[in-house]
Design a protein around this ligand. Structure first.
Ligand code: FES
Ligand code: FES
Length: 218
């Protein structure tokens, strides 16, 4: 009987592998398609799960009944019509949606509204109004801390809460002495504000504005 040459064996193994892959794909792809169709059908037929949630926004109490998948950002913009808070990436990458919840700044696109029962939320509309600006808003105007303005509500909310973080002694990645209270240097401001992206590149003016609102940088 004729023995297989090494080449013949290699070819035959490759053929087996190719045949196996084709066969697996032939079995798996229809399965994936079926699952996707079932998921779509189920999403189409199942009603959303609704839940009541109550929180305070800019000093005013609100009660909403929301699809439990509604983000805090969409609740503010679409349900309460507070469109000062902006949707940039909707993925936690730009900071345009920053609001202050119970004193802490958060990306409102990354959290569900129903998780904030009883919370106290401050948006840009709650910081100041035309003619009675918050010192941070006034400093942004004075120092031209914006160009198109799209990132600005998030920058300002973030900056206001960031200064409170420094006052509370919370260190950042660039704080040199962890035993002492952090000082508000330009490097600290840049680091602490690094989650707020400005596509117009108004960063140097933003740092100046924050410095002024904070009473000066160290
Ligand atoms: Fe929330 Fe960009 S919209 S981080
Ligand atoms: Fe335009 Fe910041 S001012 S993105």
């Amino acid at each position: 009987m004729e023995e297989d040459s090494p080449l013949k064996t290699r070819v035959s193994r490759r053929q087996v592998l190719i045949a196996g892959t084709v066969s697996a794909a032939a079995t798996t792809l229809p399965m994936i398609a079926t699952l996707a169709n079932e998921a779509t059908a189920s999403a189409e037929t199942k009603p959303p799960v609704m839940s009541k949630v109550g929180f305070e926004v800019n000093g005013k109490r609100h009660s909403l009944e929301l699809d439990t998948r509604t983000t805090l950002l969409d609740a503010l913009r679409e349900h309460l019509r507070l469109t000062g808070t902006k949707k940039g990436c909707d993925h936690g990458q730009c900071g345009a949606c920053t609001v202050i919840v119970d004193g802490r700044r958060i990306n409102s696109c990354l959290t569900l509204a129903v998780m904030h029962e009883g919370a106290r939320i401050t948006t840009i509309e709650g910081l100041g109004i035309p003619g009675l600006l918050h010192p941070m808003q006034a400093a942004f105007v004075k120092h031209d801390g914006y160009q198109c303005g799209y990132c600005t509500p998030g920058q300002i909310c973030s900056a206001v809460a960031m200064i409170d973080e420094v006052k509370a002694g919370i260190p950042s990645h660039v704080t040199e002495n962890l035993q002492a209270k952090p000082r508000l240097t330009a490097a600290e401001v840049r680091e602490r504000m690094s989650g707020n992206i400005c596509r117009c590149g108004a960063y140097s003016n933003i740092v100046e504005a924050i410095g002024e609102a904070a009473g000066g940088l160290s």
